[in-house]
Design a binder for this molecule. Structure first.
Ligand code: UD1
Ligand code: UDP
Length: 371
């Protein structure tokens, strides 16, 4: 009898980080793959499914514009109940810290199905930042049977919370597996704007921001500082693929109005996005995934948040936690753009998040320990 592994995911980052595991499992005879997407995101998830050629067996299609956390939780939990009841998987895999992850784990727990938590043990130490992700991952940890921790720090976090060592496995982060798949030396963009940039001369700041706790004043500060610094330097411009959240879009349009140095574009597919990161000068972000990808591409990252659950990039020297005050962001950017020594100190390619083989390790552990 094959081991039946059900993967559940719903947002762009979960898709990117689950895809390499699905791809490895597709090649393993002893595993039956059952893929269920909640579609907490719609367009942004579909981009990922297309790129990795993943055809879900179940699509709960729960997405509604302006969805609240309660609505996502309820719709995912109800949809998953029927799917889990029908499939009775040997293990259900969830990835990360979204509302889909917590709902997936809870739905499995209610039916006494084993749970594997991919990207376990990340902690910021503040339940409200990132909100609600810190709570989602802690709640998922309580329910999980297997904790796939990307780093030693993540494992230590779990040990401190009393989780038994034999349930924790250090695997690396599957985002690095996905990155290896996507970044190519000779990549050409479809977007004429991105193709027209001379990346040797023009210094491109790649900006992304979507965190709930930044919406409002913090996000206005971030955008104003980035927009103003681009005006200060002739050969500096900004590319911002804006998250589909209308609240983020409204702030971006308002703050960047009439700023010709800032290119606001639609969310990019993962392949062009990571290749743009490989060509840009530096990254300003509140994203989790970007904090992991940028160091491995040798790009300095200014993390525009008050705390991070990813201290490894900071310890390695490629990431800096700059907060969300205008002055702090502006002066950190000014330093990096005017001082080559400061820039070069941060622009080292390091790989604290894995070697690109995390998915293989996770699948090996499943083969060895499930059933
Ligand atoms: C969610 C996750 C967050 C993750 C992020 C990645 C939760 C609570 N949050 O936040 O952990 O970092 O995804 O992007 O699970 N929208 C669309 N189309 C899409 C996706 C989003 O229109 O394909 C718009 C909708 O208006 C939606 C809004 O964005 O209401 C917010 O989406 P939601 O999933 O609620 O939260 P995110 O901020 O995307
Ligand atoms: N990403 C993408 N297109 C974009 C912006 C981001 O494919 O326009 C990818 C990025 O490479 C990373 C992931 O999406 O792997 C990060 O997603 P996001 O920042 O939305 O979520 P987080 O990582 O903060 O949960």
């Amino acid at each position: 009898m094959k081991i039946k592994v059900m993967t559940v995911f719903g947002t762009r980052p979960e898709g990117i980080k689950m895809a390499p595991i699905i791809k490895v499992m597709e090649k393993v005879d002893e595993i039956e793959n059952v893929i269920c997407v909640t579609a907490q995101h719609r367009e942004m998830l579909d981009q990922v499914l297309n790129l990795f050629k993943i055809e879900p067996h179940y699509d709960l299609n729960i997405f509604k514009p302006g969805q609240t956390l309660t609505e996502i939780t309820v719709r995912a939990l109800q949809g998953l109940e029927a799917v889990i009841e029908k499939e009775r998987p040997d293990i259900l895999l969830v990835q990360g810290d979204t509302t889909t992850v917590f709902s997936g784990a809870l739905a499995a727990f209610y039916q006494r199905v084993k749970i594997g938590h991919v990207e376990a043990g990340l902690r910021s130490g503040n339940l409200y930042s990132p909100y609600p992700e810190e709570a989602n991952r802690k709640l998922t940890g309580i329910l999980a049977d297997f904790h796939f921790a990307p780093t030693q720090t993540n494992k230590d976090n779990l040990l401190k919370e009393g989780y038994p060592e034999e349930k924790i496995f250090i695997t690396g982060n599957t985002v690095i597996d996905a990155l290896k798949y996507a970044v190519k030396e000779d990549f050409m963009f479809n977007d004429p704007l991105l193709n027209s940039i001379d990346y040797g001369r023009e210094r491109v700041i790649l900006l992304t921001s979507h965190r709930r706790e930044n919406i409002g004043r913090p996000m206005e500060n971030i955008f104003a500082a980035v927009g103003d610094i681009a005006k200060k330097y002739d050969n500096v411009s900004v590319v911002f693929p804006i998250h589909l959240n209308p609240k983020v879009r409204e702030i971006a349009r308002r703050v960047f109005e009439n700023n010709r140095k800032v290119h606001l574009i639609e969310p990019l597919d993962y392949e062009p996005f990571t290749n743009l990161m490989a060509k840009c000068h530096l990254v300003v972000t509140d994203s989790g995934g970007l904090q992991e990808e940028a160091p491995s591409l040798g790009k300095p990252v200014l993390v525009v948040r008050e705390e991070t659950e990813r201290p490894e990039g900071i310890e390695a020297g490629t990431a800096r936690l700059v907060g969300t005050r205008y002055e702090d962001i502006y002066s950190s950017l000014d330093l990096l753009l005017s001082n080559d020594e400061e820039y070069n100190k941060m622009a080292n390619a390091v790989n604290p998040y894995g070697d690109g083989r995390a998915s293989e390790r996770i699948v090996d552990i499943i083969l060895k320990h499930v059933r």
